[in-house]
Design a protein. Sequence first.
Length: 263
Amino acid sequence: MRTALLQSSGHPGSTAANLKVLDAAAGRAAAAGAGVLVTSEMFLTGYAIGDDVARLAEPADGDAADAIAEIAHRHGLAVAYGYPERAGDAVFNCVQLISAEGARLANYRKTHLFGCFERGQFTPGDQPVVQAEVNGLRVGLMICYDVEFPENVRAHALAGTDLLIVPTAQMHPFQFVAESVVPVRAFENQMYVAYVNRVGAEGEFEFVGLSTLAGPDGVARARAGRGEELVFADADPDFLAASRAANPYLSDRRPGLYGSLAS
Protein backbone atom coordinates (compact mmCIF):
# COMPACT_ATOMS: atom_id res chain seq x y z
CA MET A 1 0.00 0.00 0.00
CA ARG A 2 1.44 3.34 -1.02
CA THR A 3 1.69 5.48 2.10
CA ALA A 4 1.82 9.29 2.03
CA LEU A 5 3.58 11.08 4.90
CA LEU A 6 2.50 14.70 5.34
CA GLN A 7 5.39 16.34 7.16
CA SER A 8 3.83 19.63 8.17
CA SER A 9 2.98 21.77 11.18
CA GLY A 10 0.13 23.37 9.26
CA HIS A 11 -1.24 26.52 10.88
CA PRO A 12 -1.12 26.21 14.69
CA GLY A 13 -4.32 27.46 16.26
CA SER A 14 -6.52 27.23 13.14
CA THR A 15 -8.48 24.04 12.52
CA ALA A 16 -10.06 25.51 9.40
CA ALA A 17 -6.70 26.33 7.82
CA ASN A 18 -5.32 22.89 8.66
CA LEU A 19 -8.30 21.20 7.04
CA LYS A 20 -7.45 23.08 3.84
CA VAL A 21 -3.83 21.91 4.03
CA LEU A 22 -5.04 18.35 4.58
CA ASP A 23 -7.46 18.54 1.66
CA ALA A 24 -4.73 19.72 -0.71
CA ALA A 25 -2.33 17.02 0.50
CA ALA A 26 -5.01 14.35 0.13
CA GLY A 27 -5.50 15.39 -3.49
CA ARG A 28 -1.78 15.11 -4.20
CA ALA A 29 -1.54 11.79 -2.34
CA ALA A 30 -4.48 10.29 -4.20
CA ALA A 31 -3.03 11.39 -7.54
CA ALA A 32 0.17 9.54 -6.62
CA GLY A 33 -1.78 6.36 -5.88
CA ALA A 34 -1.59 6.46 -2.08
CA GLY A 35 -3.94 4.27 -0.06
CA VAL A 36 -3.42 6.18 3.18
CA LEU A 37 -2.30 9.69 4.15
CA VAL A 38 -0.71 10.21 7.58
CA THR A 39 -0.29 13.57 9.34
CA SER A 40 1.88 14.69 12.24
CA GLU A 41 0.90 14.71 15.91
CA MET A 42 -1.82 17.26 16.77
CA PHE A 43 -1.91 18.36 13.13
CA LEU A 44 -5.54 19.45 13.26
CA THR A 45 -4.98 22.21 15.82
CA GLY A 46 -1.25 22.65 16.36
CA TYR A 47 0.86 21.22 19.17
CA ALA A 48 2.42 24.03 21.23
CA ILE A 49 -0.71 26.17 21.49
CA GLY A 50 -1.14 26.27 25.27
CA ASP A 51 -4.69 26.55 26.56
CA ASP A 52 -6.02 26.54 23.00
CA VAL A 53 -5.55 22.76 23.10
CA ALA A 54 -8.57 22.46 25.37
CA ARG A 55 -10.50 25.15 23.50
CA LEU A 56 -10.04 23.48 20.12
CA ALA A 57 -10.47 19.88 21.29
CA GLU A 58 -13.42 18.04 19.71
CA PRO A 59 -15.15 14.69 20.18
CA ALA A 60 -13.92 11.83 18.03
CA ASP A 61 -17.14 12.15 16.01
CA GLY A 62 -17.15 15.96 15.95
CA ASP A 63 -17.30 18.47 13.11
CA ALA A 64 -13.63 18.08 12.19
CA ALA A 65 -13.99 14.30 11.96
CA ASP A 66 -16.94 14.80 9.61
CA ALA A 67 -14.90 17.20 7.47
CA ILE A 68 -11.98 14.77 7.26
CA ALA A 69 -14.35 11.90 6.43
CA GLU A 70 -15.62 13.98 3.50
CA ILE A 71 -12.04 14.67 2.38
CA ALA A 72 -11.11 10.99 2.59
CA HIS A 73 -14.19 9.89 0.66
CA ARG A 74 -13.84 12.57 -2.01
CA HIS A 75 -10.20 11.69 -2.68
CA GLY A 76 -10.63 7.94 -2.17
CA LEU A 77 -7.92 7.26 0.41
CA ALA A 78 -7.72 6.59 4.14
CA VAL A 79 -6.53 9.41 6.42
CA ALA A 80 -4.82 9.15 9.82
CA TYR A 81 -4.68 12.52 11.56
CA GLY A 82 -3.49 13.82 14.91
CA TYR A 83 -5.87 15.91 17.01
CA PRO A 84 -6.97 16.68 20.60
CA GLU A 85 -10.06 14.67 21.56
CA ARG A 86 -12.52 15.96 24.14
CA ALA A 87 -14.37 13.26 26.06
CA GLY A 88 -16.37 14.72 28.93
CA ASP A 89 -13.99 16.76 31.09
CA ALA A 90 -10.89 14.99 29.73
CA VAL A 91 -8.74 15.90 26.74
CA PHE A 92 -6.65 13.21 25.04
CA ASN A 93 -3.82 13.46 22.51
CA CYS A 94 -5.19 11.28 19.71
CA VAL A 95 -4.80 9.89 16.23
CA GLN A 96 -7.91 8.88 14.33
CA LEU A 97 -8.04 6.69 11.23
CA ILE A 98 -10.75 7.37 8.63
CA SER A 99 -11.39 4.95 5.76
CA ALA A 100 -11.45 5.82 2.06
CA GLU A 101 -15.23 5.52 2.32
CA GLY A 102 -15.33 8.12 5.09
CA ALA A 103 -15.95 5.72 7.98
CA ARG A 104 -14.25 6.13 11.35
CA LEU A 105 -12.11 2.98 11.70
CA ALA A 106 -10.07 3.52 14.87
CA ASN A 107 -9.19 6.15 17.45
CA TYR A 108 -6.09 5.91 19.65
CA ARG A 109 -5.32 7.96 22.77
CA LYS A 110 -1.62 8.52 23.51
CA THR A 111 -0.62 6.34 26.44
CA HIS A 112 2.81 7.81 27.28
CA LEU A 113 2.73 11.59 27.72
CA PHE A 114 5.99 13.46 27.22
CA GLY A 115 7.13 16.21 29.55
CA CYS A 116 5.34 18.77 31.67
CA PHE A 117 3.59 20.35 28.67
CA GLU A 118 1.71 17.19 27.70
CA ARG A 119 1.04 16.06 31.27
CA GLY A 120 -0.49 19.47 31.96
CA GLN A 121 -2.77 19.37 28.89
CA PHE A 122 -3.81 15.74 28.42
CA THR A 123 -5.13 12.66 30.15
CA PRO A 124 -3.15 9.52 29.21
CA GLY A 125 -4.94 6.78 27.31
CA ASP A 126 -5.04 3.24 28.64
CA GLN A 127 -5.45 1.05 25.53
CA PRO A 128 -2.01 0.16 24.11
CA VAL A 129 -3.05 -1.63 20.93
CA VAL A 130 -5.61 -0.11 18.55
CA GLN A 131 -5.86 -1.54 15.03
CA ALA A 132 -7.95 -1.53 11.85
CA GLU A 133 -7.79 -3.15 8.42
CA VAL A 134 -6.84 -0.94 5.46
CA ASN A 135 -6.34 -2.39 1.98
CA GLY A 136 -5.50 -5.83 3.35
CA LEU A 137 -2.99 -4.59 5.93
CA ARG A 138 -3.51 -4.60 9.67
CA VAL A 139 -2.78 -1.00 10.63
CA GLY A 140 -1.88 -0.06 14.21
CA LEU A 141 -1.90 3.39 15.78
CA MET A 142 0.56 5.01 18.17
CA ILE A 143 1.79 8.56 18.90
CA CYS A 144 5.36 9.92 19.20
CA TYR A 145 6.82 9.06 22.64
CA ASP A 146 4.88 5.78 22.66
CA VAL A 147 7.21 4.29 20.03
CA GLU A 148 10.22 4.84 22.29
CA PHE A 149 8.92 2.14 24.65
CA PRO A 150 9.87 -1.24 23.14
CA GLU A 151 7.14 -3.02 25.07
CA ASN A 152 4.53 -0.89 23.32
CA VAL A 153 5.68 -1.78 19.83
CA ARG A 154 6.18 -5.44 20.72
CA ALA A 155 2.54 -5.56 21.86
CA HIS A 156 1.58 -4.46 18.35
CA ALA A 157 3.84 -7.09 16.80
CA LEU A 158 2.22 -9.82 18.90
CA ALA A 159 -1.21 -8.52 17.85
CA GLY A 160 -0.26 -8.82 14.17
CA THR A 161 0.22 -5.17 13.20
CA ASP A 162 1.66 -4.88 9.67
CA LEU A 163 1.92 -1.11 9.40
CA LEU A 164 2.33 0.98 12.55
CA ILE A 165 1.27 4.61 12.05
CA VAL A 166 2.99 7.05 14.42
CA PRO A 167 2.15 10.78 14.16
CA THR A 168 4.84 12.63 16.09
CA ALA A 169 6.04 15.98 17.35
CA GLN A 170 9.72 15.05 17.57
CA MET A 171 11.85 17.97 18.68
CA HIS A 172 15.52 18.92 18.85
CA PRO A 173 17.78 17.35 20.18
CA PHE A 174 16.04 13.96 19.87
CA GLN A 175 16.34 13.49 16.11
CA PHE A 176 18.15 10.18 16.69
CA VAL A 177 14.72 8.67 17.35
CA ALA A 178 13.68 9.25 13.75
CA GLU A 179 17.10 8.35 12.39
CA SER A 180 17.88 5.26 14.48
CA VAL A 181 15.19 4.13 16.92
CA VAL A 182 12.31 3.92 14.44
CA PRO A 183 14.14 1.70 11.89
CA VAL A 184 15.25 -0.57 14.75
CA ARG A 185 11.67 -0.84 16.03
CA ALA A 186 10.55 -1.83 12.54
CA PHE A 187 13.26 -4.50 12.28
CA GLU A 188 12.99 -6.03 15.74
CA ASN A 189 9.20 -6.26 15.45
CA GLN A 190 9.00 -7.16 11.75
CA MET A 191 6.59 -4.47 10.60
CA TYR A 192 6.48 -1.22 8.68
CA VAL A 193 6.55 1.96 10.78
CA ALA A 194 5.29 5.28 9.38
CA TYR A 195 6.69 8.02 11.61
CA VAL A 196 5.39 11.47 10.60
CA ASN A 197 6.75 14.63 12.21
CA ARG A 198 6.12 18.34 12.55
CA VAL A 199 8.69 20.91 11.34
CA GLY A 200 10.11 24.24 12.41
CA ALA A 201 9.67 26.40 15.48
CA GLU A 202 6.46 26.32 17.49
CA GLY A 203 6.26 27.80 20.97
CA GLU A 204 9.34 26.69 22.89
CA PHE A 205 9.99 23.72 20.59
CA GLU A 206 11.98 23.18 17.40
CA PHE A 207 10.60 20.21 15.45
CA VAL A 208 13.15 18.31 13.39
CA GLY A 209 11.15 16.74 10.54
CA LEU A 210 12.91 13.59 9.24
CA SER A 211 9.63 11.71 8.77
CA THR A 212 10.20 8.16 7.59
CA LEU A 213 8.60 4.92 6.52
CA ALA A 214 10.89 2.18 7.85
CA GLY A 215 10.60 -1.40 6.62
CA PRO A 216 10.94 -4.73 8.44
CA ASP A 217 14.54 -4.93 7.20
CA GLY A 218 15.37 -1.76 9.16
CA VAL A 219 15.77 0.28 5.98
CA ALA A 220 14.03 3.63 5.47
CA ARG A 221 11.84 3.44 2.36
CA ALA A 222 11.41 7.23 2.46
CA ARG A 223 13.03 9.97 4.48
CA ALA A 224 11.90 13.59 4.55
CA GLY A 225 14.20 16.51 5.20
CA ARG A 226 13.72 19.37 7.67
CA GLY A 227 10.99 21.33 5.85
CA GLU A 228 7.36 20.96 4.80
CA GLU A 229 7.14 17.92 2.58
CA LEU A 230 4.86 15.15 1.29
CA VAL A 231 6.78 11.91 0.81
CA PHE A 232 5.69 8.48 -0.39
CA ALA A 233 6.75 4.89 0.18
CA ASP A 234 5.17 1.47 -0.15
CA ALA A 235 4.27 -1.02 2.57
CA ASP A 236 4.57 -4.30 0.66
CA PRO A 237 2.77 -7.30 2.24
CA ASP A 238 4.75 -9.82 0.18
CA PHE A 239 8.08 -8.37 1.31
CA LEU A 240 6.77 -8.29 4.88
CA ALA A 241 5.80 -11.97 4.78
CA ALA A 242 9.21 -12.95 3.40
CA SER A 243 11.00 -10.85 5.99
CA ARG A 244 9.01 -12.39 8.84
CA ALA A 245 9.84 -15.89 7.58
CA ALA A 246 13.55 -15.03 7.52
CA ASN A 247 13.64 -13.20 10.88
CA PRO A 248 12.01 -15.35 13.58
CA TYR A 249 12.19 -12.86 16.45
CA LEU A 250 8.63 -13.48 17.53
CA SER A 251 8.76 -17.28 17.37
CA ASP A 252 12.14 -17.36 19.16
CA ARG A 253 10.88 -15.36 22.12
CA ARG A 254 10.97 -16.94 25.60
CA PRO A 255 8.15 -15.12 27.44
CA GLY A 256 8.78 -17.03 30.65
CA LEU A 257 12.04 -15.11 31.08
CA TYR A 258 10.44 -11.68 30.75
CA GLY A 259 8.13 -11.50 33.74
CA SER A 260 10.17 -8.78 35.44
CA LEU A 261 9.49 -6.44 32.52
CA ALA A 262 5.89 -6.01 33.65
CA SER A 263 6.80 -4.90 37.18
